[in-house]
Design a protein around this ligand. Structure first.
Ligand SMILES: C[S@@+](CC[C@H](N)C(=O)[O-])C[C@H]1O[C@@H](n2cnc3c(N)ncnc32)[C@H](O)[C@@H]1O
Length: 207
């Protein structure tokens, strides 16, 4: 999908729907927080949430005192919604309106977090562009926490086709320098009560 169509899709979603009217809404991003704690992140850890949208992960990180949090999303509307919710706390966060497949990273991060953004990249060239940014932006020794729809999850999310992964197929897509660590499956309940199985995988960048 061309970058402009992708942006238009997501702007339309966030313009029309409230925070808790989207299937991926989580009151508490517990799985992400658990994995971020497990890798030993501290308030100075530089974390980027790729495709963060209106996720409350940033609220939890700011509340825990994290001082180097960046949220990237191609929807400016989504980021404005998250900023409005955070209020004063938004000032301590870096907000980037960008497409993860074309963005030019200007700093390195210790943690790259992505829940339900990567799985929308159905074309090989877009996945390669994403992984190239991951390689540029994630420090050697840093961690990528990536959550996608699992193999048994629906074929579509937000009306768009997705690629479903298990930890092995995601690892193959990222490349050999990303060593698989902890994984977890999460049965996410949408706000209207249907189930979507997510696969969370933690990779350590070794070289
Ligand atoms: C299903 S939502 C998940 C949002 C958030 N991560 C969460 O867990 O609540 C997918 C998000 O990824 C963003 N997104 C999709 N493709 C993207 C891309 N190529 N670059 C940056 N953001 C993207 C969308 O705007 C949307 O906010």
């Amino acid at each position: 999908m061309p970058s402009e169509s992708r942006r238009a899709h997501w702007e339309n979603v966030y313009t029309k729907k409230g925070e808790n009217e989207v299937s991926w809404f989580q009151e508490n991003p517990a799985q992400s927080l658990e994995l971020i704690a497990e890798i030993g992140a501290s308030p100075d850890t530089a974390i980027i949430d790729i495709g963060g949208g209106t996720s409350r992960l940033v609220d939890s990180l700011v509340a825990k005192g994290f001082r180097a949090v960046t949220v990237l999303d191609l929807s400016e509307t989504a980021l404005k919604m998250a900023q409005a919710r955070l209020g004063h706390g938004a000032a301590s966060v870096r907000w980037l309106v960008a497409d993860a497949t074309t963005w030019e990273p200007s700093q390195e991060y210790d943690v790259w977090h992505d829940r339900a953004a990567f799985h929308f990249l159905t074309e090989e060239k877009d996945r390669a562009a994403y992984v190239a940014r991951l390689r540029r932006a994630l420090k050697v020794g840093g961690h990528a926490i990536i959550a996608t729809f699992a193999l048994e999850a629906p074929e579509k999310c937000s009306g768009l086709r997705v690629v479903r992964y298990d930890a092995a197929s995601l690892g193959q897509t990222l490349g050999a320098e990303f060593k698989l660590g902890h994984t977890l499956r999460h049965e996410h309940a949408t706000p209207w009560g249907s189930q979507q199985v997510f696969q969370f995988s933690v990779f350590r960048r070794d070289l």
